[in-house]
Design a protein around this ligand. Structure first.
Ligand code: SF4
Length: 279
């Protein structure tokens, strides 16, 4: 949950998650729709699909027990070297480095260099092998980046490594954003029927809002001559949403629903309908 999402957003969701999926077996046997529903609003839904798939892998390949071996962890869906390094060091006290955005920033500041990924891994691994408490080391490095050595603001006077840091008391480097945001225009066809309710379709299993439920969506080739009803911002996409009330019968593969309670609906669609109810 913490990949790309802030701690304060995650905390209540984390507790709710464990109430519903208290162990690997429960999660593995849950329906994907329920897993996605529980992830609603956190974004990056592929994390929910990955954790669900990883739970199923653990049931099948490891008899329901989370594997202790680092290499076996790397084979689980959604777990890369850094996440495996964190799990392994926190749970099994192994000297396996974490290299998330926070740790990268601290290491770069500490050496006052723009290191390549390979160099960063080498430095991170070298340091962790020198400690006797790799779990604490990894947590400390991540916390240092999240609290004292932030991308826009540094608290060097409070930082425990300021006497050895090559960038102490200098300003953080200004970084030009490398994220390219693409504008897309989507027409949302709303079929609403007094008796049947609302027509919803499940999105394909890959791409934006994969596996979530929405009214039929048509991607428009160009921006229409009207103001969008809502602009929903994702990291790499700015989605312009246009409501289109339909009065004929839906043609696609979907279902009528009296309510969308219990279905995983993207935040953008929730917001669009909130907007609609105000008009
Ligand atoms: S001393 Fe300052 S620049 Fe160096 S790691 Fe600490 S907060 Fe970052």
């Amino acid at each position: 949950m913490l990949q790309q999402t802030q701690v304060k957003t995650v905390l209540p969701r984390y507790q709710a998650w464990f109430k519903l999926f208290p162990d690997i077996q429960t999660l593995a046997s849950a329906h994907l729709d329920d897993v996605l529903k529980q992830w609603e609003g956190l974004g990056y839904y592929r994390r929910a699909r990955f954790i669900h798939e990883a739970a199923q892998q653990i049931m099948h390949a490891h008899a329901g027990k989370f594997p202790k071996q680092f290499e076996a962890m790397l084979k689980l869906k959604g777990i890369g070297r850094s996440t495996a390094g964190a799990i392994s060091s926190f749970c099994f006290d192994t000297p396996t480095a974490v290299l998330d955005g926070n740790v990268k920033r601290v290491l770069s500041a500490w050496g006052n260099q723009n290191y390549h990924e390979k160099e960063l891994w080498l430095i991170a691994q070298t340091w962790i092998e020198k400690t006797t408490t790799p779990d604490l080391w990894n947590q400390a490095m991540m916390e240092l980046g999240a609290t004292h050595c932030q991308a826009k603001k540094r608290a060097c006077a409070l930082c425990p490594v300021h006497t050895s840091c090559q960038s102490a008391f200098t300003l953080p480097p200004k970084k030009a954003s490398t994220i390219k945001v693409l504008d897309v225009h989507w027409q949302v066809d709303v079929y609403q029927h007094a008796q049947h309710g609302i027509w919803l379709e499940q999105r394909p299993s890959s791409g934006i809002w994969a596996g979530l439920w929405t009214p039929p969506i048509q991607e428009l080739k160009e921006a229409p001559q009207q103001t969008p009803h809502l602009i929903h911002q994702l990291t790499h996409r700015r989605i312009h949403l246009y409501l289109n009330d339909k009065h004929d019968s839906p043609m696609g593969v979907g279902s009528w629903f009296q309510s969308w309670e219990g279905l995983a609906i993207p935040t953008g669609i929730h917001r669009l309908f909130e907007q609609r109810s105000k008009c």
